[in-house]
Design a protein around this ligand. Structure first.
Ligand code: FAD
Length: 489
């Protein structure tokens, strides 16, 4: 039987229907095309992936379906390894071209892409991979990177259209199992809603009014929940492109409203890509110390403390409130992310790798390029960045002075007076009775004394940082990963 000629659009972290280069290119061709999204068993069973990521992807796709159905188009979700999916598709169709975005992911997805590349080449299929958000493939250093990024950010957006004549009849041979699909379909209301319409809505409300307090509240665990843009999951899964967000922020800024705070948000958008670019150049540091000298450090081993950190049961209220908020909602602000990592690595003195996948799983906005770089920066294992040791008690007093955030996430501490909310273990027994919480019973006693551990570990951390073995690695890290000092634009 003659195989029908088709093209394929392979969606990855680009789950939107507008400003989409791959969908645009496919629509431009005469040949009809199939849109696929792969849920690959090997990839979803890797420790960096969690159900909430898959739920976000699934619901983003549902929203795409609602926009594609008028053109009789659809995203076909194939539960299969990439090679198996492409083999099947190539047996049943004559695939001419595959369009996708480049993926700056972990080694596992990078290797998957290499295998797909070989397969497609052997079968004379052309694979066009578009640049994602200004991330450049194969560059040796960062000269000229900023300039190219701004050019990308200012360039025209793709205005995607979908025509019925380009759709194809297709019966999915790798459907999701019923129970699994039900799991994906459930979407906790505490998470940010998924999909490009919601991304646009968050963008609009940010530029219309939420940006007003952006800079002032950026470090506050409670207030930042509404004053930060909250665009991160939409960017991570590609519900929005960087270009869409950049241009909307620029336009709001030019209208004269919230100029300063919006400028700050634009700077962070640039960081977003700067970090992903680092990871694109060297994805090994998902598991490897950026500065190899840190292999020599003898970290503590303490499974109980690690578990308490993961579950939000350390007895240090702000740390626990952050972890519990993350469990339930998938988001905390930058400062609190940095603080929980600092607590893990500087106070408990545990290897950063013992906690890195845990937070990846909890973050609805998990983006490998940002996550591993930021984690290592906060853990202080890059050798080139300032080491910030956050005191969780001070952070609590400064950024949640009345314990409103703490009490929201730790109901056990509901009745604790302000005076003790940051250090409830200091409450006399009588006060504990009155507050209806016994420390060590209803709420844990602290697993460490933060002040004491900081004292113990600070000198150790800084002394190691100053050793020759750390310094010797620094020039090559700066050369590869740091931006040139002088701004190109
Ligand atoms: C240990 C650690 C791990 C992190 N892991 C992730 C991650 O997996 N995914 C992720 O998107 N962010 C990560 N961040 C960065 C940052 O905390 C989040 O991007 C930010 O809190 C998201 O909230 P927002 O969208 O309201 O950000 P806003 O402050 O409104 O910023 C706008 C956008 O800029 C980008 N951005 C903001 N801050 C940073 C930053 N410090 N570095 C890089 N990009 C930034 C994000 O895309 C964000 O959506 C991590 C930070 C730390 C300390």
């Amino acid at each position: 039987m003659e195989r029908k000629k088709i093209n394929i659009v392979w969606l990855k972290r680009d789950l939107r229907t507008q400003d989409h280069a791959a969908l645009y290119a496919a629509e431009y061709e005469v040949t009809p095309y199939l849109i696929i999204y792969l849920i690959e068993p090997t990839i979803i069973s890797y420790p960096d992936t969690s159900l909430r990521h898959l739920q976000f992807q699934y619901h983003s796709i549902l929203q795409m379906q609602s926009k594609l159905e008028a053109a009789n188009q659809k995203v076909h979700i194939l539960y299969a390894e990439a090679i198996n999916a492409f083999t099947y598709l190539n047996e049943h169709f004559e695939i001419q071209k595959v369009f996708s975005y480049q993926e700056s992911g972990i080694k596992l997805t990078f290797n998957r892409d290499l295998a797909v590349k070989i397969f497609l080449k052997e079968n004379n299929i052309i694979w066009t991979e578009f640049q994602r958000d200004g991330i450049l493939r194969g560059i040796k250093n960062r000269t000229g990177w900023d300039k190219a990024w701004y050019q990308m950010a200012h360039s025209e957006q793709f205005k995607n259209i979908f025509s019925e004549s380009k759709s194809i009849e297709f019966v999915n041979p790798f459907p999701l199992a019923g129970e699994f699909e039900q799991e994906l379909n459930k979407y906790p209301r505490e998470y940010q809603p998924a999909g490009e319409d919601f991304g646009q809505k968050y963008l609009q409300t940010f530029t219309n009014h939420r940006a007003a307090n952006y800079s002032r509240h950026i470090s506050k665990p409670l207030e930042s929940r509404t004053s930060c843009s909250r665009l991160s999951p939409y960017l991570a899964w590609g519900n929005l492109s960087i270009k869409q967000v950049y241009q909307a922020l620029e336009s709001a800024k030019n209208s004269g409203k919230y100029k300063r705070p919006i400028d700050n948000a634009i700077t962070r958008l640039h960081w977003h890509c700067h970090f992903i670019q680092k990871f694109e150049t060297e994805c090994e540091y998902e598991t490897r110390f950026l500065n190899a000298a840190y292999n020599q450090v003898v970290w503590n081993k303490n499974d109980e403390a690690l578990q308490a950190w993961k579950e939000g049961k350390t007895g240090i209220p702000l740390i626990d409130a952050c972890m519990r908020a993350l469990w339930q909602t998938g988001w905390i602000n930058f400062r609190m992310r940095a603080m929980v990592v600092s607590f893990l690595c500087h106070h408990l003195f545990l290897d950063w790798r013992s906690g890195v996948y845990h937070l990846a799983n909890l973050f609805l906005d998990y983006e490998p390029g940002i996550h591993y770089s930021q984690f290592q920066m906060q853990a202080g294992t890059t050798g080139i960045n300032l080491i910030r040791i956050y005191n969780p008690i001070k952070q609590s007093q400064e950024h949640d002075p009345n314990g409103v955030f703490i009490k929201k996430w730790i109901p056990e501490l509901q009745n604790v007076p302000d005076k003790y909310i940051h250090e409830p273990w200091k409450m006399p027994l009588m006060e504990q009775e009155l507050a209806n919480v016994r420390i060590g019973t209803e709420y844990p006693a602290p697993i460490i004394e933060p002040e004491k551990e900081i004292k113990n570990n600070r000198d150790k951390i800084w002394a190691f940082r100053k050793t020759k073995s750390v310094k010797i690695n620094n020039p090559s890290i700066v050369e590869k990963h740091a931006r040139p000092r002088k701004k190109s634009i």
